[in-house]
Design a protein around this ligand. Structure first.
Ligand code: NAP
Length: 310
């Protein structure tokens, strides 16, 4: 057993998947959950993914050795202010937020100076477009990366203990500065999500097309974008607003590249289009070789959709 008591705040997709890992591997003497959504909280208890639930945030974190923030990052400041009076000496606070510079600031700024509270910020780079405890599963993290982004309140010992949980989830562990994490994620996750939100919005607002036709023929490409664009609105609003500078820079670059493509098409520059598509095809192969291709649960989902299509 790694911890006597672990409390997860926010028992949605990521929180409940982590809870399943902790229960399955017996990593905590007691696993407690708090969530502001009473239905999710009751569901988590019913599903047996935690030992106990509490609708009182202060009581939930009392005596915990590890507190995991698994809510949208916009809630971190308020949560920290509320839990501080109830935290045990030497407690480790960790999180799973998809942006790190902002989330660390929201936690650190709300902790009393000199308090014996350790912080280990991190991001499991795994997920689906679904929300809530019923959609979580313990193999969600398998084979993916957990990125720990130490801050001024981190200790080597606490980093090692938190990393052990993610290793039990079968994740590979990497370490980065929060700034570098946010830059890398802006490119590989935030920009692709933003483009998917934008494309799905554009296509569904197009005039002169039957909505039914767009849905019916969506397998031609649109459907792949709808999977990403179906992600949780609160989570993604918080990500874009809190990694603003980096994402704005990338949007500018993307718009320039899109305009270049527009020119290539207008002036029949087929060789330029061919060169770009050949480069992107090569990148796709490299992604597959790096084992970052579609995880098993997505493959199963797509197979089910294909069956329904027939
Ligand atoms: P989720 O399924 O929507 O779960 C989040 C839960 O937190 C919901 O039950 C939500 O309640 C609750 N919550 C919101 N504000 C709260 C507060 N102030 N106090 C307590 N509970 C609160 O979301 P998720 O996908 O698990 O995402 C959670 C975190 O994981 C986010 O920080 C996200 O950046 C990170 N993350 C997500 C993914 C992914 O692919 N989904 C991957 C890696 C990391 P309501 O339903 O009432 O809002």
């Amino acid at each position: 057993m790694l911890f006597d008591k672990v409390t997860i705040i926010g028992i949605g997709l990521i929180g409940s998947s982590l809870a399943r890992v902790i229960m399955k591997n017996k990593l905590a003497g007691k696993l407690c959950a708090y969530d502001k959504n009473p239905e999710y909280l009751a569901e988590a208890k019913e599903l047996g993914v935690v030992d106990e639930i509490s609708n009182d945030l202060g009581k939930a974190v009392e005596n915990a050795d590890l507190v995991v923030y698994a809510t949208p990052v916009g809630a971190y400041g308020e949560i920290t202010r509320q839990i501080v009076p109830y935290l045990k000496k030497g407690v480790i606070l960790t999180d799973v937020g998809s942006v790190k510079k902002y989330s660390i600031r929201e936690i650190e700024e709300n902790l009393p100076a000199g308090a014996d509270i350790v912080v280990v910020p991190g991001h499991p780079v795994a997920g689906t477009e679904k929300s809530g405890p019923a959609n979580g599963f313990d193999s969600l993290f398998e084979g993916r990366w957990y990125i720990v982004t130490p801050c001024s309140r981190s200790t080597d010992e606490a980093i090692a203990k938190v990393s052990e949980i993610w290793s039990a989830a079968k994740m590979r562990v990497d370490k980065m500065t929060p700034e570098h994490h946010d830059k890398v994620m802006a490119a590989v996750s935030h920009l692709p999500h933003l483009i998917a939100f934008s494309i799905v919005g554009t296509v569904s607002d197009l005039e002169g097309y039957e909505k039914q036709e767009i849905i019916k023929y969506s397998a031609s490409g649109f459907r792949d974008f709808t999977r990403i664009a179906g992600s949780d609105p609160t989570m993604w609003r918080d990500v874009f607003l809190n990694n603003k500078e980096t994402i704005l820079e990338l949007i500018q670059r993307f718009v320039e590249d899109l305009i270049a493509l527009e020119r290539n098409i207008r002036w029949n520059e087929g060789d330029k289009l061919f060169d770009l598509f050949s480069r992107t095809q090569k990148i796709r192969k490299e992604v597959i070789e790096a084992k970052q291709e579609q995880p098993e649960h997505e493959k199963r989902l797509l197979a089910e959709i294909k069956k329904l299509d027939k």
